[in-house]
Write a new protein. Structure first.
Length: 330
């Protein structure tokens, strides 16, 4: 996407599930909750999201990305659409007819008992910028593609942090431990954005947390700084360095080596180095890292203060638990 022309417009949209025998049976069968209101002779359904919602959206909307496509100068077919569940982004050229594309999408959705949300459908130029999946994208006047956390995403994150920092039931140590996964997760999600701006660097949020930590009678400026480092772990970022999934690869296609290597880039620091040394395999069982199981760093000599690279190996979470269970029994 970094090579987009400044004139490229985008259609950002959200699909709304409407009542039909197919969608109703599908949602009820998978535990989807819904509320009904009767207006004239039509039933309208307001679905309440469940863990199955993204899966159902992917099933119902399968193939919608292929509605808008064209051939490039080399005769290759391009499908410039991006969809995550019911959120969709369509990249159109100046010569494309946005209304015609939306009409074709509406026809396809109507046949599946759905429609396009008019309130959440927007046609915008790349130079004006737009929000999508928690990011704000924009093409600058010099043609550079820029991505940063969206304002709404940042506000939601800041609210979570403030709730923890201002909670009088927690001491500074507990606050730091609760903040760490929130901050790390947010920074990892945006690791391919421009994160050196004052807001995104979290400078003011960190300053506020430091003052709160330092107010405790059993803390001083040194211990407060240590807690701050725990609460706000650093995550390296590289703007626009994301790597697309190769071809039509799927996590369920059985290519363990490919997905293990790809998922390893989600880790940084010492964990990332250990994974590279071990060829993305668990040092304990020798198997590749796949699925949702987390990668743990294990201290070979048992000394958790020894952070030398030679003393650290990457292993599965279950392998790590087994090792320590075996030691405790012996």
């Amino acid at each position: 996407m970094s090579s987009l022309s400044c004139t490229n417009p985008f259609i950002w949209s959200e699909v709304t599930m409407m009542e039909s025998p197919m969608t109703r049976n599908c949602h009820v069968g998978f535990g989807e909750r819904y509320e009904e209101t009767h207006q004239s002779q039509d039933w309208k359904v307001r679905f309440v999201p469940t863990p199955f919602s993204p899966l159902l959206a992917n099933i119902a909307l399968n193939g919608i990305e292929s509605i808008h496509k064209y051939k490039d100068n080399k005769g290759r077919i391009k499908e410039p659409s991006i969809r995550y569940a019911d959120d969709m982004l369509i990249i159109i050229r100046p010569e494309d007819d946005a209304k015609a594309i939306l009409d074709r999408i509406s026809v396809l959705l109507a046949a599946r008992g759905m429609n396009v949300s008019e309130k959440k459908t927007k046609l915008t130029a790349a130079t004006d910028g737009f929000d999508f999946l928690g990011w704000h994208f924009k093409v600058q006047k010099n043609g550079k593609f820029r991505s940063i956390p969206s304002a709404d995403n940042y506000k939601a994150f800041r609210k979570k942090v403030k709730t923890i920092v201002n909670n009088s039931n927690y001491g500074a140590t507990v606050k730091a431990s609760k903040l760490a996964p929130v901050v790390r997760g947010w920074r990892r999600y945006h690791k391919y954005c421009k994160m050196d701006e004052t807001r995104n660097s979290l400078y003011f949020i960190e300053s506020r947390a430091y003052k709160v930590f330092n107010k405790e009678t059993n803390q001083n400026r040194y211990t407060s700084k240590k807690l701050l480092d725990i609460a706000f772990p650093t995550v390296s970022y590289s703007e626009n360095k994301h790597i697309n999934v190769k071809g039509e690869k799927s996590p369920y296609d059985g290519d363990i080596a490919y997905w293990s290597k790809r998922n390893s880039v989600l880790y940084d620091g010492l964990t990332s180095k250990a994974l590279k040394r071990q060829n993305h395999s668990c040092k304990s069982c020798g198997l590749k890292f796949i699925g949702e199981q987390r990668v743990h760093l294990h201290h070979v000599d048992g000394n958790h203060q020894n952070w030398k690279e030679t003393n650290l190996v990457a292993i599965h979470q279950s392998c790590h638990q087994f090792i320590h269970m075996s030691k405790s029994k012996s």
